[in-house]
Structure formats: C-alpha cells, structure tokens
Design a protein around this ligand. Structure first.
Ligand code: SF4
Ligand code: SF4
Ligand code: SF4
Length: 309
C-alpha cells in the first residue's frame, strides 16, 4: 500500500498536479503516526501507511485551500471532505483525493493493555494480525480497533479520484447510543455530567475536528461572551452541548475528538447521539453527497413544525 501511495504522490507532485500532499509519516514511536505535508517529489519516502494512521487529514484542508491539494482519504476523511465541499470551504477542482479502503485503525490505549508499549521496537501487519517485536506477539487487529472504527459505516471512501484497496462493508447502527438511551433522563444527566466534570477545556477536541474550522469559536468569543474562562460545570456544559449542536449533521464519527483528549473524556457518544437523531428525524447521513445542502441550513415554508406549515 505505502509503495502505491508514494508512487501516486510522486507523480502528482512532479507533474505539478498538486502543490502539497496531506499524508501520514512516522511518529516518535513504532505505534504512532503523524500528519505530514509533502511538498517535494523527493520527500515522498517520508510517507507511511500503517495501523496507526488514524488522523482525519481533512482537518488541514481549510488552511491549505489556496494550494492544489492531494490528500490520503480514509472513509471518514472522505466524508469530512464532502462536508467541506458542501460548506464551500474548498473547491473540488483544487483537490486530488487518493482514497484508501480502510481496514480500521488500532487504538494504542487498547494495545497498551495487551503489551508493554515501552518495550516495543517494531510493529508489522500480517493479514488480520498485528505482530509486535520483540517477542513475535500476535494480536488480532479487530480486537484492538478504535470504537469509532468498530462502528464505522463507510470504511470505503465515498469520494475519491482513485481508490486503493478492496471495497469494504461498513456497519450501520448505533448500539452504543441505544445503550445510553435506556437510561432515565436523571441517569443520563448524571452520565454526561460525570464527563463534563473531567474536562479542563483545553479545546484539543475542537482543534482536531475537521468540522470545527471557524476562525472564531463561540467558546472563545468575548462579545458576546457565551462561555466564561472558568472551568465550571455550567461552562463545560455550555461548551460541549453547543459544540455538539454545531456538529449536528456535520459529524462523521471519525473519533478524532476523543482520541485527542488528554483526559480521555468520552464525548464521542454525545456526537453519535446527534448523528442518530439526524438520521432518525431527517434520514440524513453526514458527508455522503457534496451537492446536498447541509442539514441545518435547509429551510422550507412547508416545514411541518411551522405554524400553518
Ligand atoms: S472511522 Fe472508518 S474510515 Fe475512519 S479510520 Fe475508522 S474504520 Fe477507517
Ligand atoms: S479535549 Fe478533553 S479536556 Fe480538552 S476540551 Fe475537549 S473534552 Fe475537554
Ligand atoms: S466531532 Fe469528533 S467524531 Fe465528529 S467529526 Fe469532529 S472529531 Fe470527528
């Protein structure tokens, strides 16, 4: 896979079809990868593709939109790109989308419960297994996937200029949200308040989210000031509930927000709940069709909720 990606990137850059490729590079440990920006054909050797390439690279499109951009797109990345196109944050002809049918990415926190990460020197993929050295320790990939990847409905990119890998079936359903919905409203409030209480409002979840690209976020606006600088339960609630509303019909369940959180605050479920509501109320799935109007900017005088509508 990585050889094919490098070859495509090299020809796109050397033929001047793109100015930059948004890709994955090696991180500081064998179980880390990082987003990289490749601007020269001679630098494509820095590109990698492994079970730790979970970053949703669509996050970097708005900042690079004056360039012609090549991007490695997993299923979730492609849906985020579709949202950016729907919201006119980039023109389609400035993008070259190298789709990769995604086998699901490995959650290092889960892997760390199976092996001592401090001793790991090398990690390879062999079929459906992850092989860890030293010790030739074999772990089934599906046992250590991120929750977002276990529940992924579209592992095959929905939008691409070329596609690498076999098309894969996704999983359509919300068992995680349904479990939470069984709680009474009191229990549900406590459930989320326990999570809000952990948050230090560092904004890493927002900064890593491809759908959060506003230059000024309501959470930092001073006029009017919606959220104070104090880290209180009320302010945390305001931030997370408002952010979640802003993501209704715009979240693709990539899980980046939860992965970025230094305190491992499990907020993913809140966004999944919004996703389920958008699906049930409006039969709307975010990021499938760039030509479709965004869910919450669509208005009709025939709206059944309007008086006389
Ligand atoms: S959410 Fe889906 S497309 Fe995204 S990394 Fe996981 S399996 Fe791949
Ligand atoms: S990343 Fe975690 S701690 Fe930081 S604002 Fe988001 S939920 Fe709160
Ligand atoms: S809210 Fe989280 S899961 Fe949804 S698109 Fe943003 S980073 Fe991905």
């Amino acid at each position: 896979m990585v050889d094919k990606l490098r070859k495509i990137a090299e020809s796109l850059l050397s033929e001047g079809k793109v100015d930059v490729i948004l890709a994955y590079g090696d991180g500081s440990f064998p179980f880390r990868s990082i987003p990289i920006f490749v601007e020269k054909a001679t630098d494509v050797k820095r590109m990698v593709f492994n079970p730790f390439c979970h970053h949703n690279l669509a996050k970097y499109i708005p900042q690079e939109r004056d360039k012609k951009i090549g991007i490695i797109a997993l299923g979730c990345t492609s849906r985020s790109i579709a949202i950016l196109l729907q919201e006119r944050q980039v023109e389609r002809d400035r993008l070259y989308i190298i789709g990769v049918s995604c086998p699901g990415m490995v959650d290092v926190r889960k892997l760390g419960k199976r092996v001592n990460l401090r001793r790991v020197k090398e990690i390879k993929e062999e079929g459906e297994e992850i092989v860890i050295e030293p010790g030739n320790i074999r772990v089934a990939r599906k046992e250590v996937l991120f929750k977002s990847c276990e529940l992924c409905p579209y592992p095959t990119p929905v939008l691409h200029d070329e596609l690498l890998g076999e098309e894969r079936e996704g999983f359509m359903g919300f068992p995680d949200v349904e479990e939470m919905e069984k709680l009474s409203s009191e229990e549900r409030r406590n459930y989320f308040e326990e999570r809000f209480a952990l948050c230090i409002r560092c904004f890493a979840c927002r900064l890593t989210c491809p759908s959060c690209y506003c230059r000024e976020c309501f959470a930092e606006s001073s006029m009017p000031q919606f959220v104070s600088h104090q880290v209180t339960m009320e302010d945390n609630k305001l931030f997370h509930l408002n952010r979640s509303m802003h993501l209704a019909g715009r979240c693709v369940s990539c899980g980046e927000c939860e992965r970025a959180c230094p305190l491992e605050v499990p907020m993913f479920q809140l966004h999944r709940k919004m996703e389920k509501s958008a699906y049930e109320l409006f039969q709307y799935i975010a990021g499938l069709d760039p030509s479709q109007p965004p869910l919450l900017t669509t208005y009709t005088l025939q709206d059944p909720d309007l008086e006389g509508g």
